[in-house]
Design a protein around this ligand. Structure first.
Ligand code: DGL
Length: 275
Protein backbone atom coordinates (compact mmCIF):
# COMPACT_ATOMS: atom_id res chain seq x y z
CA UNK A 1 0.00 0.00 0.00
CA UNK A 2 1.48 3.38 -0.96
CA UNK A 3 1.78 6.18 1.56
CA UNK A 4 -0.53 8.28 -0.59
CA UNK A 5 -3.44 6.00 0.19
CA UNK A 6 -3.16 7.23 3.77
CA UNK A 7 -3.42 10.86 2.77
CA UNK A 8 -6.38 12.73 4.15
CA UNK A 9 -9.14 13.78 1.73
CA UNK A 10 -8.56 16.82 -0.44
CA UNK A 11 -10.52 20.05 -0.02
CA UNK A 12 -11.08 22.01 -3.25
CA UNK A 13 -11.59 25.76 -2.93
CA UNK A 14 -12.27 28.38 -5.58
CA UNK A 15 -12.92 32.04 -6.12
CA UNK A 16 -12.93 34.38 -9.10
CA UNK A 17 -9.42 35.40 -8.09
CA UNK A 18 -7.22 35.85 -5.06
CA UNK A 19 -10.01 36.70 -2.59
CA UNK A 20 -10.61 33.10 -1.58
CA UNK A 21 -7.11 32.99 -0.10
CA UNK A 22 -8.61 34.79 2.91
CA UNK A 23 -10.83 31.71 3.36
CA UNK A 24 -7.92 29.33 2.72
CA UNK A 25 -6.05 30.98 5.57
CA UNK A 26 -8.96 30.31 7.94
CA UNK A 27 -9.27 26.75 6.59
CA UNK A 28 -5.64 26.04 7.35
CA UNK A 29 -6.36 26.97 10.95
CA UNK A 30 -9.49 24.81 11.22
CA UNK A 31 -8.36 21.82 9.10
CA UNK A 32 -4.60 21.75 9.66
CA UNK A 33 -4.13 18.27 8.18
CA UNK A 34 -6.25 18.69 5.08
CA UNK A 35 -4.53 19.01 1.72
CA UNK A 36 -5.98 22.08 -0.02
CA UNK A 37 -6.27 22.78 -3.73
CA UNK A 38 -7.10 26.39 -4.55
CA UNK A 39 -8.30 27.54 -7.96
CA UNK A 40 -8.32 31.28 -8.72
CA UNK A 41 -10.41 31.90 -11.83
CA UNK A 42 -8.41 35.02 -12.68
CA UNK A 43 -8.81 34.42 -16.41
CA UNK A 44 -12.59 34.82 -16.12
CA UNK A 45 -12.89 37.46 -13.39
CA UNK A 46 -14.36 39.57 -11.98
CA UNK A 47 -17.52 37.60 -11.31
CA UNK A 48 -19.28 40.47 -9.58
CA UNK A 49 -19.79 42.44 -12.74
CA UNK A 50 -20.57 39.52 -15.07
CA UNK A 51 -23.91 37.95 -15.86
CA UNK A 52 -25.15 35.11 -13.71
CA UNK A 53 -24.99 32.53 -16.51
CA UNK A 54 -21.24 33.15 -16.79
CA UNK A 55 -20.72 32.66 -13.05
CA UNK A 56 -22.81 29.47 -13.03
CA UNK A 57 -20.92 28.09 -16.02
CA UNK A 58 -17.52 28.86 -14.46
CA UNK A 59 -18.55 27.46 -11.06
CA UNK A 60 -19.74 24.17 -12.59
CA UNK A 61 -16.59 23.84 -14.70
CA UNK A 62 -14.31 24.47 -11.76
CA UNK A 63 -16.30 22.07 -9.58
CA UNK A 64 -15.87 19.32 -12.17
CA UNK A 65 -12.17 20.11 -12.40
CA UNK A 66 -11.74 19.95 -8.61
CA UNK A 67 -13.63 16.65 -8.47
CA UNK A 68 -11.39 15.24 -11.19
CA UNK A 69 -8.41 16.20 -9.02
CA UNK A 70 -9.89 14.16 -6.18
CA UNK A 71 -11.63 16.84 -4.09
CA UNK A 72 -13.98 15.29 -1.54
CA UNK A 73 -15.36 18.61 -0.27
CA UNK A 74 -15.65 21.94 -2.08
CA UNK A 75 -15.61 25.39 -0.56
CA UNK A 76 -17.02 28.14 -2.75
CA UNK A 77 -14.82 30.91 -1.35
CA UNK A 78 -16.72 33.60 -3.21
CA UNK A 79 -19.90 35.39 -2.17
CA UNK A 80 -20.80 36.14 -5.78
CA UNK A 81 -20.43 32.52 -6.93
CA UNK A 82 -22.31 31.25 -3.88
CA UNK A 83 -25.22 33.58 -4.60
CA UNK A 84 -25.31 32.76 -8.31
CA UNK A 85 -24.29 29.14 -8.54
CA UNK A 86 -24.41 27.06 -5.37
CA UNK A 87 -27.92 25.81 -6.13
CA UNK A 88 -26.83 24.68 -9.60
CA UNK A 89 -23.78 22.99 -8.05
CA UNK A 90 -25.94 21.16 -5.50
CA UNK A 91 -28.34 20.14 -8.27
CA UNK A 92 -25.53 18.72 -10.41
CA UNK A 93 -23.73 17.05 -7.47
CA UNK A 94 -26.38 16.20 -4.87
CA UNK A 95 -24.02 14.06 -2.77
CA UNK A 96 -21.08 16.42 -2.76
CA UNK A 97 -20.36 18.22 0.53
CA UNK A 98 -20.36 21.91 -0.39
CA UNK A 99 -19.79 25.02 1.69
CA UNK A 100 -20.52 28.51 0.38
CA UNK A 101 -19.77 32.01 1.62
CA UNK A 102 -22.50 34.55 2.29
CA UNK A 103 -22.32 38.09 3.64
CA UNK A 104 -22.52 38.02 7.44
CA UNK A 105 -25.81 39.89 7.64
CA UNK A 106 -27.06 37.85 10.60
CA UNK A 107 -24.05 38.40 12.91
CA UNK A 108 -23.94 42.06 11.86
CA UNK A 109 -27.61 42.63 12.75
CA UNK A 110 -27.10 40.86 16.08
CA UNK A 111 -24.03 42.89 16.89
CA UNK A 112 -25.14 46.36 15.76
CA UNK A 113 -26.18 48.58 18.66
CA UNK A 114 -27.49 51.39 16.46
CA UNK A 115 -29.24 48.88 14.18
CA UNK A 116 -27.51 50.51 11.23
CA UNK A 117 -25.50 48.08 9.15
CA UNK A 118 -23.52 48.47 5.94
CA UNK A 119 -22.76 45.65 3.51
CA UNK A 120 -19.86 45.96 1.06
CA UNK A 121 -20.19 43.40 -1.73
CA UNK A 122 -20.29 43.01 -5.49
CA UNK A 123 -23.25 44.30 -7.47
CA UNK A 124 -24.19 40.73 -8.36
CA UNK A 125 -24.22 39.54 -4.73
CA UNK A 126 -26.32 42.49 -3.59
CA UNK A 127 -28.85 41.98 -6.38
CA UNK A 128 -29.22 38.26 -5.72
CA UNK A 129 -32.38 36.77 -4.20
CA UNK A 130 -30.17 34.99 -1.63
CA UNK A 131 -28.93 38.34 -0.31
CA UNK A 132 -32.43 39.83 -0.24
CA UNK A 133 -33.58 36.80 1.70
CA UNK A 134 -30.71 37.13 4.21
CA UNK A 135 -31.72 40.73 4.92
CA UNK A 136 -35.40 39.85 5.26
CA UNK A 137 -34.78 36.91 7.56
CA UNK A 138 -32.05 38.29 9.78
CA UNK A 139 -31.98 42.10 9.63
CA UNK A 140 -35.63 43.04 9.63
CA UNK A 141 -35.11 45.35 12.55
CA UNK A 142 -32.13 47.15 10.98
CA UNK A 143 -31.44 49.84 8.46
CA UNK A 144 -29.19 48.04 5.94
CA UNK A 145 -27.11 50.00 3.45
CA UNK A 146 -25.85 47.81 0.59
CA UNK A 147 -22.75 49.32 -1.03
CA UNK A 148 -21.98 47.79 -4.42
CA UNK A 149 -18.21 48.09 -4.64
CA UNK A 150 -17.79 47.98 -8.41
CA UNK A 151 -14.18 47.57 -9.45
CA UNK A 152 -12.81 47.01 -5.95
CA UNK A 153 -12.05 43.26 -6.20
CA UNK A 154 -10.26 43.76 -9.52
CA UNK A 155 -8.29 46.70 -8.10
CA UNK A 156 -7.21 44.64 -5.06
CA UNK A 157 -5.69 42.11 -7.47
CA UNK A 158 -3.64 44.93 -8.97
CA UNK A 159 -2.18 46.36 -5.78
CA UNK A 160 -2.41 46.92 -2.05
CA UNK A 161 -4.47 49.51 -0.18
CA UNK A 162 -2.03 52.26 -1.18
CA UNK A 163 -2.57 51.62 -4.88
CA UNK A 164 -4.27 54.74 -6.25
CA UNK A 165 -7.30 52.93 -7.72
CA UNK A 166 -7.90 50.93 -4.54
CA UNK A 167 -7.49 54.01 -2.40
CA UNK A 168 -9.84 56.08 -4.56
CA UNK A 169 -12.53 53.37 -4.53
CA UNK A 170 -12.21 52.89 -0.77
CA UNK A 171 -12.63 56.64 -0.22
CA UNK A 172 -15.80 56.55 -2.30
CA UNK A 173 -17.40 53.44 -0.76
CA UNK A 174 -16.37 54.18 2.82
CA UNK A 175 -17.67 57.72 2.38
CA UNK A 176 -21.15 56.35 1.68
CA UNK A 177 -20.95 54.17 4.79
CA UNK A 178 -19.79 57.06 6.96
CA UNK A 179 -22.59 59.28 5.69
CA UNK A 180 -25.08 56.58 6.68
CA UNK A 181 -23.61 56.42 10.22
CA UNK A 182 -23.53 52.63 10.35
CA UNK A 183 -21.78 51.00 13.32
CA UNK A 184 -21.19 47.58 11.70
CA UNK A 185 -19.94 46.79 8.21
CA UNK A 186 -20.03 43.40 6.55
CA UNK A 187 -17.16 42.55 4.21
CA UNK A 188 -19.35 40.64 1.75
CA UNK A 189 -16.64 39.79 -0.76
CA UNK A 190 -13.68 37.57 0.03
CA UNK A 191 -11.27 40.06 -1.55
CA UNK A 192 -12.08 42.81 0.95
CA UNK A 193 -10.38 41.37 4.06
CA UNK A 194 -7.11 42.10 2.24
CA UNK A 195 -7.85 45.84 2.62
CA UNK A 196 -9.65 45.61 5.97
CA UNK A 197 -7.11 47.86 7.71
CA UNK A 198 -7.60 50.60 5.13
CA UNK A 199 -11.39 50.28 5.44
CA UNK A 200 -11.20 50.41 9.24
CA UNK A 201 -8.97 53.47 9.07
CA UNK A 202 -11.50 55.30 6.89
CA UNK A 203 -14.53 54.32 8.97
CA UNK A 204 -12.97 55.07 12.34
CA UNK A 205 -12.85 53.19 15.64
CA UNK A 206 -16.61 53.17 16.27
CA UNK A 207 -17.30 50.81 13.37
CA UNK A 208 -16.86 47.03 13.54
CA UNK A 209 -15.95 45.05 10.41
CA UNK A 210 -17.21 41.50 10.00
CA UNK A 211 -16.24 38.80 7.56
CA UNK A 212 -17.32 35.18 7.49
CA UNK A 213 -14.05 33.39 6.64
CA UNK A 214 -13.74 31.69 10.01
CA UNK A 215 -17.41 30.69 10.18
CA UNK A 216 -17.05 29.12 6.72
CA UNK A 217 -13.87 27.31 7.78
CA UNK A 218 -15.67 25.98 10.88
CA UNK A 219 -18.51 24.64 8.77
CA UNK A 220 -16.03 23.08 6.33
CA UNK A 221 -14.16 21.49 9.25
CA UNK A 222 -17.42 19.94 10.51
CA UNK A 223 -18.16 18.41 7.10
CA UNK A 224 -14.54 17.38 6.68
CA UNK A 225 -14.60 15.36 9.87
CA UNK A 226 -17.49 13.35 8.45
CA UNK A 227 -15.59 12.36 5.29
CA UNK A 228 -14.14 8.93 4.71
CA UNK A 229 -10.80 8.27 3.11
CA UNK A 230 -11.38 8.07 -0.65
CA UNK A 231 -8.51 6.73 -2.73
CA UNK A 232 -6.72 9.65 -4.34
CA UNK A 233 -6.81 9.78 -8.13
CA UNK A 234 -3.40 9.40 -9.82
CA UNK A 235 -3.59 13.09 -10.74
CA UNK A 236 -4.27 14.27 -7.21
CA UNK A 237 -1.56 11.95 -5.93
CA UNK A 238 0.89 13.68 -8.23
CA UNK A 239 -0.26 17.12 -7.13
CA UNK A 240 -0.26 16.35 -3.47
CA UNK A 241 3.00 14.51 -3.34
CA UNK A 242 5.04 17.33 -1.92
CA UNK A 243 2.61 20.04 -0.90
CA UNK A 244 -0.17 20.56 1.59
CA UNK A 245 -1.48 23.53 -0.40
CA UNK A 246 -1.59 23.79 -4.16
CA UNK A 247 -2.54 27.01 -5.96
CA UNK A 248 -3.77 27.18 -9.53
CA UNK A 249 -4.93 30.05 -11.70
CA UNK A 250 -6.76 30.29 -14.99
CA UNK A 251 -5.02 33.65 -15.52
CA UNK A 252 -1.70 35.21 -14.64
CA UNK A 253 -0.10 33.10 -11.91
CA UNK A 254 2.08 36.03 -10.84
CA UNK A 255 -0.90 37.86 -9.28
CA UNK A 256 -1.82 34.85 -7.16
CA UNK A 257 1.78 34.17 -6.15
CA UNK A 258 2.41 37.82 -5.26
CA UNK A 259 -0.67 38.20 -3.11
CA UNK A 260 -0.09 34.85 -1.38
CA UNK A 261 3.46 35.96 -0.63
CA UNK A 262 2.83 39.60 0.32
CA UNK A 263 -0.42 39.23 2.25
CA UNK A 264 -0.11 35.72 3.70
CA UNK A 265 3.61 34.99 3.70
CA UNK A 266 3.23 31.91 1.48
CA UNK A 267 6.15 31.70 -0.88
CA UNK A 268 5.06 29.14 -3.42
CA UNK A 269 4.49 28.76 -7.11
CA UNK A 270 1.08 28.53 -8.69
CA UNK A 271 0.20 26.40 -11.70
CA UNK A 272 -1.48 27.88 -14.76
CA UNK A 273 -4.51 25.86 -15.86
CA UNK A 274 -6.90 26.19 -18.73
CA UNK A 275 -10.42 25.06 -17.90
N1 DGL B 1 -14.31 37.41 -4.21
C1 DGL B 1 -15.58 37.46 -4.83
C2 DGL B 1 -16.72 37.50 -3.80
O1 DGL B 1 -16.54 37.09 -2.67
C3 DGL B 1 -15.89 38.46 -5.89
C4 DGL B 1 -14.89 39.12 -6.71
C5 DGL B 1 -15.35 39.34 -8.15
O2 DGL B 1 -16.13 40.25 -8.43
O3 DGL B 1 -14.90 38.55 -8.96
O4 DGL B 1 -17.81 37.91 -4.12
Amino acid sequence: MSTLEHRPPLIGIFDSGVGGLSVVKALQGRCPNAPLLYVADCGHAPYGERDIAHVIDRSLRITNFLLAQGAALIVVACNTATAAAIEAMRHQHPDLPLVGVEPGVKPAAQRSLSKRVGVMATTSTLQSPRFQSLVQRFANDCFVLPVACAGLAAAIEQGDANHSTVSHLLDQYCGALKDAAVDTVVLGCTHYPFVADAIAERLGPGVTLLDTADAVAQQAARLYEGLGQPDPSPESSRLLKSRRMTMMSTGEVEVLERIARERLGWDQQALRIDI
